[in-house]
Design a protein around this ligand. Structure first.
Ligand SMILES: Nc1ncnc2c1ncn2[C@@H]1O[C@H](COP(=O)(O)OP(=O)(O)OP(=O)(O)O)[C@@H](O)[C@H]1O
Ligand SMILES: [Mg+2]
Length: 494
């Protein structure tokens, strides 16, 4: 490891003051050697660990340098200098630089220095001491070196945190805004981020799969924002939210008089998004008739408004999302095979929140802060019991549910602490954290119960029989795992 700075012989007389144990001590000292970050000083004995040295330099300028004694040998103390301001550094450098250049060895690592080189071929340190920008270059080099030596010790989780600190604290939002808000440090989410970055620059169709509330739309937006289309529109359309009869008009638009109620001509979503990206959300709910029309459009990219003669070519990237098992729907003949293969250029699977480890707590804090910021109110705090529940609850509605519960907590908590009851989670028993045997067993149990109920369309007697347990036991397990009959789902979620 090369030394940080080149040290030069000086033999300067200065005046030292202790700033630590015996602040009154003041004495004459000799600075034997000096660099930008350290000094060897004679005559410091009996001074404390922290000293300040007033020094008149050979060029007549006065500097005040502070530091800590890190070792002492035969009345010579090694001092590590605190970072002084740049002006002091420049004065120091002016007085050191003349002495540094002379030998043909690198003063940092001792390697033989080929004459005339501006960079050491071994330690890569800049050696062009006469350059007026030398100090700047040198600091950049040494700081980068210090960062690099630490980076090797970091895992991907740490690196993700480093990037967040850089974006939020240092660059203050000058980076990608979407990335700032897309929280994830678990390995599965880091994989998702890597896939987003990989696929974004291309025009490949992307299929985003994941349970409800896992961030499918956020993923689609993140892809768009990292693509060359980022300055063009991002248009999302939810196939499940629009009545079947109106969906085609929404997507393709219509001409005046094309059908009853078409009082004026209207552009469809595909035309509105020209040059940009369209997210076809809940694609699993797209009616079969429209699936054929969509397939045709994907082949020629020509939008033909309903009632129009002829069409217009548009340039859009299609991202689709669904919480259905599309491959299974294809097998069952409920989704067109050819359309599925067209849309599935690249699949991103979003993991459920309950499998994202520590992310759930990080997300909860993040959501709490942003809710408070939006409401212009001080953020409350999660109590330790609330954190336990946040970690052990299954979050069937994923991040969307987390947001709702945290919002409720911030609103309902009387004092500064948010308790489980404030989030409506008082009935959840804190379970073992993910990864433990207890958690894994509970997971298997929940899956078995869910499967039995689904296989028997929530007919409790039959599902209980299949599981080999009594009806009351099944009801108890449904309560424990927060499973409700589908038409009661909304009640259980809130
Ligand atoms: N990793 C994340 N970091 C921060 N916020 C997130 C994250 N994932 C999701 N969200 C937020 O959670 C909410 C739900 O996300 P989104 O709408 O993208 O999910 P979805 O999978 O499309 O949901 P649905 O299936 O209900 O349509 C949004 O407010 C989104 O901003
Ligand atoms: Mg969605």
């Amino acid at each position: 490891m090369p030394r940080l700075d080149a040290r030069v012989k000086t033999d300067l007389v200065g005046e030292a003051q202790c700033t630590g144990k015996s602040p009154d001590c003041s004495k004459k000292v000799i600075i034997k050697e000096l660099s930008l970050s350290s000094a060897l000083i004679q005559g410091l004995s009996e001074c404390g660990e922290y000293v300040r040295i007033m020094q008149k330099l050979p060029d007549g300028q006065k500097v005040e340098i502070e530091g800590e004694v890190v070792r002492t040998e035969n009345d010579i103390a090694g001092l590590e200098l605190y970072h002084s301001d740049m002006a002091t550094m420049e004065i120091l450098w002016d007085n050191i630089r003349g002495e540094v250049s002379c030998q043909n060895v690198c003063p940092y690592c001792g390697a033989e220095k080929p004459i005339g080189t501006t960079l050491c071929h071994i330690c890569n340190t800049p050696l062009d001491f006469d350059d007026d920008n030398y100090l700047k270059k040198h600091f950049r080099h040494t700081f980068l070196d210090r960062v690099k030596s630490r980076i090797d010790k970091l895992d991907t989780g740490h690196l993700e945190k480093v990037i967040k600190v850089i974006n939020k604290e240092i660059l203050k939002g000058k980076g990608h805004p979407a990335e700032d808000e897309f929280i994830g440090t678990s390995p599965a989410m880091l994989d998702v981020f890597a896939m987003i970055r990989k696929v974004a620059p291309s025009d490949v169709n992307v299929l985003v799969l994941g349970e409800s509330g896992t961030g499918k739309e956020l993923t689609a937006k993140a892809i768009h924002e990292r693509s060359p289309r980022k300055d063009k529109p991002f248009v999302a359309i939810n196939s499940a939210a629009i009545p079947e009869g109106l969906l085609e008009a929404e997507l393709f638009g219509y001409e005046k008089g094309a059908f009853t109620g078409a009082h004026a001509q209207r552009k469809g979503k595909f035309e509105q998004a020209d040059g940009g990206t369209v997210l076809l959300d809940e694609i699993g709910d797209m009616p079969t008739g429209l699936q054929a029309t969509l397939l045709r459009f994907l082949e020629d990219r020509i939008v033909e408004r309903i009632g129009a003669k002829g069409g217009k070519k548009v340039d859009i990237r299609i991202i689709t999302a669904t919480n259905c098992n599309l491959a299974e729907m294809v097998r069952q003949g409920r989704f067109r095979n050819d359309l599925y293969y067209r849309l599935d250029g690249f699949t991103i699977n979003l993991p459920p929140l309950r499998t994202r480890g520590e992310d759930v707590v990080i997300l909860a804090h993040y959501v709490l802060k942003s809710i408070a910021r939006n409401d212009n109110s001080p953020a409350k705090r999660f109590s330790p019991a609330a954190i336990d529940i946040i970690k052990s609850y299954d979050w069937p509605g994923n991040i969307r549910e987390l947001i709702n519960k945290v919002r409720r907590g911030q609103l309902m908590a009387d004092g500064t602490d948010i308790e489980p009851a404030d989030m409506g989670l008082q009935d959840v028993i804190a379970e073992a954290p993910p990864g433990t045997m207890k958690h894994e067993v509970a997971n298997i149990q929940r899956k078995a119960v869910e499967k039995a109920l689904q296989d028997h369309r929530f007919i409790i007697t039959r599902a209980a029989k299949m599981l080999g347990i009594s009806r009351p036991s099944l009801y108890a397990l449904m309560k424990k795992h927060n499973i409700a009959k589908p038409n009661l789902g909304a009640e259980v979620m809130s």
